[in-house]
Design a protein around this ligand. Structure first.
Ligand code: ATP
Length: 310
């Protein structure tokens, strides 16, 4: 294979995500739960810079607390770079620099965005030209949320969340995110949901017999209609995420009080995503929440997946 190595750094930007809908089925033998979800990529980004190097090294900084982000082989971006090198027979290394904008352990897939960005950046740096199909395969091996970070936009995720079907979404949706200094562990939240269900604290059809995204969710997205989307947003993990975190319930309630149409915990939390009717209302909701001492961000979706910039 002839590979045209680049000598300058490659800059790739990848988005964080919100799960507009997240239905969780029962646990499979491989430990994963069956999911029916709708992802939307939002304008909160991870920037990954891939510099030519003979070794594999990584540094992390950012607008969010990065103290808990590993810089060794536990980092998903590092794993992504090594998986691509191994698959494509690359002998060079890479120095990855990650600028995090997505809260760590926030339920917004920040680590998955880093992995997707690292795949795209190293593919360009090393000239491996794997193409979208093979990059998707590698992404799915790295983690269930990684393929979506590659694709972006709005998409339905089945299986572990990695079997993607693009969903039509017209226009723009305005969200206010309330982030949290204290993250939540995704495996722990799934475990808590299983425990709640085992103790009978579940609805009659919980876990549901059929794991499908309701048509009303897809219709609202297709119509670009925030008013129609608000009442049908749902997250099976929310109960487990707010358990022992009254601050999240208060953030949801305050968001509605300040003018949001509806609120939801994103993924496994603790980030709270508040859907607003338009960008002006979102700005007001953001300011009111900031005035209570919280960190609130106004973002919009859908936005593109991992892409090379500059
Ligand atoms: P998801 O919703 O995809 O499960 P999340 O958004 O809740 O994830 P992340 O910030 O992606 O959480 O990562 C969760 C944990 O994974 C972190 O606490 C950290 O220990 C580890 N991790 C590995 N690689 C990364 C990375 N590149 N960025 C952040 N965390 C990482």
């Amino acid at each position: 294979m002839s590979m045209a190595h680049r000598s300058d750094a490659v800059h790739v930007r990848a988005p964080g995500k919100i799960n507009v809908y997240l239905g969780v089925g029962s646990q499979h033998d491989d430990g994963y739960h069956a999911l029916a979800t709708v992802f939307q990529a939002v304008s909160l980004y991870e920037d990954v810079y891939a510099h030519p190097s003979n070794e594999f090294t990584l540094e992390v900084y950012g607008d969010v607390d990065v103290a808990d982000v590993p810089v060794d082989d536990r980092n998903l971006a590092m794993r992504a770079a090594k998986l691509l090198a191994q698959t494509a027979g690359v002998t060079a290394g890479v120095h990855l620099v990650i600028r995090k904008g997505v809260p760590v352990a926030g339920g917004m897939g920040g680590g998955s965005a880093d992995a997707a960005a690292a795949l795209v950046a190293c593919d360009a740096l090393w000239g491996t030209e794997l193409g979208p199909h093979r990059l998707h395969e590698l992404a799915a091996r790295l983690g269930a949320d990684v393929p979506f970070a590659l694709h972006g936009g709005t998409a339905i995720g089945a299986g572990r969340g990695d079997e993607l079907t693009p969903a039509l979404a017209r226009g723009r949706f305005d969200w206010v995110l309330v982030t949290s200094a204290q993250g939540l562990s995704t495996p722990e939240i799934y475990g808590r949901l299983d425990a709640l269900r085992a103790h009978g604290e579940a609805l009659a059809d919980d876990p549901p017999l059929s794991l499908d995204v309701p048509v009303a969710v897809l219709q609202a997205l297709r119509a670009g209609d925030a008013m129609a989307l608000a009442p049908v947003m749902f997250n099976d993990l929310e109960r487990a995420a707010v358990d022992g975190r009254p601050d999240l319930e208060r953030a949801l309630a305050d968001g509605l009080r300040f003018g949001a149409l509806a609120g939801i915990v994103s993924g496994s939390g603790p980030t709270v995503a508040l859907l607003c009717a338009d960008s002006e209302i979102a700005r007001t909701v953001q300011q009111e929440l900031q005035a209570t001492g919280r960190t609130a961000l106004h973002v919009h979706g859908p936005v593109a997946g991992a892409q090379v910039l500059g």
